[in-house]
Design a binder for this molecule. Structure first.
Ligand code: CO
Length: 240
């Protein structure tokens, strides 16, 4: 089947861009200078530029299944090095989303695919704290709670990558953020942690503590999933 319709749409898009802003592409042809790096999920519904309302040239992007940060991932490391050392981005945003299929997979039993290797850190966090997660009876709320925790875990991992540490040692301004996106309402929520130095990273409570004591997102809309987990988590916590 031909994909000509995509080329037609592309031509229409390029013409519309030029109509609104005649210099748009000549400006783009110069060097890009985005100040944001977005590490997000590959999910087709969570496209960085669209949800941020930004034009081409405004955000550098790396996406993978369930926005996992593996500190041996050559793709991610090269993207981060370029973003930090050449583009000198000032913010790195790890953005996951509620209802993530990768997270759903990590909370299931099937371990037959390559993606299960990729999701292994999430699987291990789940197994380590299984009673707390299983106490959340609503399966959607359980997945959503892990979606949040996964983001918090991955921000901590970004903060441990030497490229980031070296930028802080040089005195370069670099802020890390954990955000979550609601596919059902189109809204971003600031979940945290927000980290701007090695000292701030080292002062964070461990991800295991965060599993036991979920914190409120610092801004944005709060979902019922968190409240459900808070009640379940508090009960189990006191029995330990
Ligand atoms: Co996803």
């Amino acid at each position: 089947m031909s994909l000509d319709h995509l080329f037609d749409r592309n031509v229409a898009w390029a013409q519309a861009k030029t109509r609104d802003d005649p210099n748009f592409f000549s400006r783009m042809a110069g060097q890009q200078s985005p100040k944001l790096l977005w590490i997000g999920c590959s999910d087709s519904r969570v496209t960085a530029n669209d949800v941020l309302g930004l034009d081409p040239g405004e955000v550098f992007v790396q996406r993978n299944i369930a926005n996992v940060v593996h500190t041996s991932d050559m793709n991610l490391l090269a993207v981060m090095e370029y973003a930090i050392e050449i583009l000198e981005v000032e913010h790195i945003i790890v953005c996951g989303h509620y209802g993530c299929g990768g997270i759903q997979r990590a909370l299931g039993d099937d371990r037959s695919a390559l993606v299960d290797h990729w999701l292994q850190p999430i699987v291990m966090l789940y197994r380590k704290h299984r009673p707390l997660f299983d106490a959340i009876t609503d399966p959607i709320a359980r997945v959503n709670r892990m979606c949040e925790l996964n983001i918090e875990m991955q921000v901590r991992r970004v903060a441990s990558i030497p490229t980031v540490e070296n930028a802080w040692v040089r005195g370069q301004k670099l802020h890390l953020h954990g955000w979550i996106y609601g596919v059902e309402d189109g809204l971003l929520r600031d979940l945290g942690p927000t980290i701007a130095s090695a000292a701030e990273r080292d002062a964070l409570v461990s991800i295991d503590d965060r599993v036991r004591q979920p914190a409120e997102p610092t801004s944005g809309v709060r979902l019922h999933a968190i409240e459900a987990f808070g009640r379940a988590g508090a009960g189990n916590c006191c029995e330990r």
